[in-house]
Design a protein around this ligand. Structure first.
Ligand SMILES: [Zn+2]
Length: 114
C-alpha cells in the first residue's frame, strides 16, 4: 500500500491526524494548547528576531545564525519561538475579525434579592 503514492500520502495523513489528536488529548489536563501551523511555514529557516529567512539552512545545522541581525540560537528554540509568534499573529487577526461584543449595561436592573 505504501508503494502507491496517493495511498501512502493518505495513510501518512491519517497517522499525523491521530498523532495530533493524541497530543491534544494529553495537553488538555495541562491546560495547554496544541499549535498547528502550515506545512510550508518557514519556522526553522526564519529568524525569530528579525524575520530574515535563511533559505540555505541545512537539516544538519543545529544552530541558527542570522546573517542580518546577528544572534546565534538553538535551531529548535528558534523554530519554537517562530511557531509561538505565528500563533500570536493568528490570534490577533482573529480578534480583529471578531471584535469583542459591547455589553449594554443601561436598562439592566440588578438581580432581585442578590
Ligand atoms: Zn535576524
Amino acid at each position: 500500500m505504501i508503494r502507491n503514492k496517493h495511498l501512502a500520502k493518505c495513510i501518512s495523513d491519517q497517522g499525523w491526524h491521530k498523532f495530533s489528536k493524541m497530543l491534544e488529548y494529553n495537553l488538555q489536563p495541562r491546560n495547554a494548547e496544541l499549535i498547528e501551523i502550515g506545512r510550508f511555514e518557514p519556522s526553522s529557516k526564519m529568524c525569530s528576531r528579525c524575520g530574515n529567512i535563511k533559505h540555505d539552512l541545512k537539516p544538519s545545522e543545529r544552530t541558527y545564525h542570522c546573517d542580518k541581525c546577528g544572534p546565534t540560537i538553538n535551531r529548535d528554540l528558534n523554530a519554537a519561538i517562530n511557531i509561538r509568534n505565528i500563533r500570536l499573529i493568528k490570534v490577533a487577526q482573529d480578534m480583529q475579525e471578531f471584535p469583542p461584543v459591547e455589553i449594554a449595561t443601561s436598562g439592566l436592573s440588578p438581580k432581585e434579592g442578590g
